[in-house]
Every structure is written in C-alpha cells, then in structure tokens.
Design a protein around this ligand. Structure first.
Ligand SMILES: *Cc1c(COP(=O)(O)O)cnc(C)c1O
Length: 341
C-alpha cells in the first residue's frame, strides 16, 4: 500500500487527521458492532457524564513497521487489561480484552498508510478511550458508553528527542491521592496536574516530579510518565506507590534491567535519594525513555547529564526496548504482536 505523503522523520507528537476512527457503543447490556467513520466529531448529549463527572478513561500504545514490512503492536494485551481496570474503577462498562484487541487491529488496518516506515523513528500512536455518554444530572454512572479508538502518526514526545530533560520536584500541587484514582489512566488526573506542568514549563523545566500526597517525601512519578533512577552501583530503582500509573513501559524496563544485571527494585524512593543516583529517566509509551538531565529540589539541583548526553544505562535500556518494539531484536517475552493485514 502506498504510504501517506508525510515528512516521516520530522513529524511532531500531536494529532494529525487520518482516514478512520472506530466506535462501539454500550447500550441495553451489550457492545455494538464496531463502526468505522471518518467523522472526527462525536455527537453527544450535553449532560453526558464524561462532560460533568469525569467518566473517561484512555489508553496509549504504539504500532511500528518492521524491517520485513510487518506491522506490529507492543504489548496490546496489557493495555486491554488496564483500560478494563480503569473503566471498572470509575464505574464504566469495561471493554472486554478481545474486543479491545479487535478494535486496535481494525483501526490500524483501516489506516495502514499512516504507519510510519521502518527506520524513521516515528510510530503510529493508538489512542483508545471510553466515555460515559448518557445524560445524568444526579451523580451516578451513565449506563451508556462509547468506546472510540483513533490513531495518529507521531514523532518523539519530547521535542528534544533522546536528549536529557530537566525536572523540578513539585511540592505545591498533588496529582493524585493515595486512595484516589492515580493508579488508573483517567483524564481527571491530567486536569489535576495541568497547572503544575504548565508552571514548570514557564519556569524553564520540561516537567514536574510529583511527591506522594500524604507524606510529601517519596517520589511518585512525572506528569505523563513513570520515573526510575539508576544508582551508582548500577541498580534500577523505581517507585512503589498506590498513586502512580502502572506503566507498561516501566514494567518492560524492569524485565530488561533484570536481564542486564541491574537488579531492578520497586520500593518507596525518598526524594533525597535523587542526590545519590548516577542516572535517572522518565518512561512511558509516548516518551519511551527520556533521560533526566537534572532535577531541581527546592534550592538544590542534581545534574546527571554533565556533558548533555544520556547516561550509559538509559541508553542501553532505550536501545534494547526500541529494538524489540520494531522487531530488530528477538522477542523473547512475547511482547510484540503482528497486526494481521
Ligand atoms: C500512560 C501513563 C504512563 C505511562 O504508561 P505506559 O503504559 O508506559 O505508556 C505513566 N504515567 C501516567 C500518569 C500515564 O498516564
């Protein structure tokens, strides 16, 4: 198939119109058939619960073209499970795992000409979401839901690419409470953090690093990504917390770190420990790994990337993960699935 006419190596991380999106509706106890449409708008009642009471959950995953020309998706089952868990926690109808996978395959196939060519560093980002669509003015679940999946070709999340970014520890804003919804992928968490990340950018930082809301002592995560540190002895450390999103990228990096002999550990990480790390990184589907160049905490700043270059461990993990994602390295763990065409 002829590829779309795009400058693949220079596309931004943003929305671009493609050919189709796919929609299913939950009504009267069952999911409808999927409907492909080119319409980018959603007709919706103004009293829909997603607009008033935050009944919205989403996912993000990436599709790549391999050297052999196959189209592959990374750990789609994990995203399927997480969306179901996110939906259930805010009392929306969970999308069954097989329906989710079917949706991803269908929408990718319908937009195959937008899958970036192998070797460009770009990928096709898949964004599934579930919203409560029925009208309610009293606070209760909608009872009617829409499951939409759209795609957009993307370049790297951070404009600087695989270059170190600068974080600031956030102490005035909490993103999520310990018993709240910080552990599921819902839009409300982003609304809660928007003022913090916007202020950080205005002050010259790339993103914030949140602390746990209860004690203000342990590292939670960055705005849109999990956090990890690498100690001077080469150990991979990542926060254990009830208020962070269980990142699939992080889970994969833990496996790879184990293989690299980095003795990965998930445990509460005191913010003071940042001063002892040799390297640090942010990780998530969008950013993969973004090496952290510096972290500012109150009037102190720790610099990891002294020569402006990412550290050895971040680079090694990044290369190992991206090689598996595009099919260049053996898929020992069964993470990559071919999208049947
Ligand atoms: C999506 C997301 C991540 C990254 O998760 P991945 O599964 O690796 O993409 C991390 N933190 C938050 C808050 C997120 O929404």
């Amino acid at each position: 198939m002829k590829k779309a006419d795009l400058d693949w190596a220079n596309i931004p991380f943003g929305y671009m119109r493609t050919d189709y999106n796919l929609r299913y509706t939950w009504r009267n106890g069952s999911w409808s058939e999927g409907v492909l449409t080119s319409d980018e708008n959603i007709p919706m009642h103004m009293a829909a619960t997603c607009l008033h009471y935050g009944q919205e959950a989403f996912e993000g995953l990436k599709v790549f073209e391999t050297k052999a020309g196959d189209v592959v998706v990374f750990r789609v089952e994990e995203n399927a499970k997480r969306l179901a868990r996110s939906s259930s926690k805010i009392l929306m109808e969970p999308v069954p795992e097989d329906l989710f996978i079917e949706a991803v395959f269908k929408v990718v196939n319908a937009n195959r000409r937008f899958v970036p060519p192998y070797g460009t560093g770009a990928s096709l980002y898949v964004r599934p979401l579930v919203i409560g669509t029925a009208a309610q003015v009293g606070v209760k679940p909608a009872g009617e839901y829409m499951f939409i999946t759209f795609v957009t070709p993307v370049g790297p999340y951070f404009k600087t690419g695989f270059k170190p970014v600068n974080l600031i520890v956030e102490e005035e804003v909490d993103r999520a409470a310990p018993l709240g919804v910080g552990d599921i992928k819902v839009g409300g968490n982003y609304a809660a953090g928007l003022r913090a990340s916007t202020r950080a950018k205005e002050n010259g930082y790339t993103e914030v690093l949140y602390l746990d809301a209860k004690e203000k002592r342990y590292i939670d995560e960055s705005g849109p990504a999990n956090f990890f540190g690498v100690t001077k002895s080469g150990q991979y450390l990542t926060p254990k917390s009830d208020s962070i999103l269980p990142s699939i990228t992080n889970k994969s990096l833990v496996t790879l770190a184990e293989e690299l002999g980095m003795k990965p550990e998930r445990r509460p990480i005191d913010v003071e420990e940042i001063f002892d790390f040799a390297e640090a990184g942010c990780c998530g589907t969008a950013a993969v790994i973004t090496p952290v160049g510096s972290i500012t905490f109150r009037d102190r700043k720790v610099v990891y990337a002294k020569d402006g270059k990412p550290g050895r461990h971040c680079t090694e993990l990044y290369q190992k993960l991206t090689a598996i994602q595009v099919g260049d390295a053996p898929d020992k763990h069964g993470w990559v699935r071919r999208v049947p065409g």
